[in-house]
Design a binder for this molecule. Structure first.
Ligand code: COA
Length: 218
């Protein structure tokens, strides 16, 4: 273990093309620059909290505080794991997974974004598969849930392409106007089915053992 104080820094989730890991301070700054470069169109808001359209410097301060807050408020019973996504060592986006009372509920939820230059290339699907492999195979989750605004074709495309089942409709108003959200659910049994049926990239997880107590596992 190279980070005994915070073993989550040792966690690496890799495919042939991607690496997911907890970003360092410098990588958080680089990811903020990717996000500031653009994630979505001017009249779109894919996020439940409209952080991506804040003017500078509130955007940058909000970005780093989000990452510090996730670490500072971490509890094994309530955690948010914000993994940076890297291609050839360069940051391209984030894949988050989060859970409350994981030891009892065995349920994770997720969210993600990519810089616009990295969208539409299959990276979103691949990082979701990496996250699900971590959740089901690494943590022993029983259920993974996610949701997307009904107009977010790319996020819905990822969930459908990976094989989640539809799980109802929700509603949120990130900018004041209520908008419908499509909810998705993947059970452990469904994960085993889709993995056998579909051509998923191979995922390798390193450095997880030391993280398990922090994640409420075991
Ligand atoms: C959502 C997001 C992470 C998806 O990643 P991506 O790399 O663009 O998506 P992929 O290229 O992996 O596409 C995955 C699937 O969705 C489909 N898809 C992607 N973009 C699509 C679009 N605009 N319309 C319809 N389908 C789309 C793809 O065809 C693919 O399906 P397939 O595997 O059956 O061919 C990315 O687009 C993004 O960051 N968007 C802005 C932020 C956001 O919406 N975050 C999610 C909030 S819930």
């Amino acid at each position: 273990m190279t980070h005994p104080l915070w073993p989550l820094y040792d966690l690496r989730v890799r495919t042939a093309r991607l690496e997911l890991h907890l970003p360092t301070e410098g990588e958080i700054a680089a990811l903020a620059a990717v996000a500031r470069g653009g994630i979505h169109g001017e009249h779109e808001m894919p996020f439940a909290v409209p952080w991506s359209t804040l003017p500078s410097p509130d955007f940058e301060w909000g970005f780093v505080r989000h990452h510090w807050r996730a670490r500072g408020s971490w509890e094994p019973s309530d955690w948010v794991l914000e993994l940076g996504v890297f291609v050839d060592g360069e940051p391209v986006g984030m894949q988050a997974l989060f859970a409350k009372s994981f030891s009892r509920l065995r349920t994770v939820r997720s969210g993600s974004w990519l810089g616009r230059d990295s969208q539409g290339l299959g990276i979103g699907r691949e990082m979701r598969i990496a996250m699900l492999t971590l959740a089901f195979d690494g943590l022993g989750a029983d259920v993974a849930e996610t949701e997307a605004f009904a107009d977010n074709a790319a996020s819905i495309g990822v969930s459908r392409s990976v094989g989640y089942d539809d799980n109802g409709i929700g509603r949120l108003a990130p900018e004041g106007e209520p908008r419908d959200m499509i909810r998705f659910r993947m059970t452990r049994q469904r994960w085993q089915e889709v993995r056998a049926e579909r051509a998923f990239p191979e995922v390798v997880i390193d450095g997880l053992d030391g993280c398990l107590p922090l994640l409420g596992v075991g």
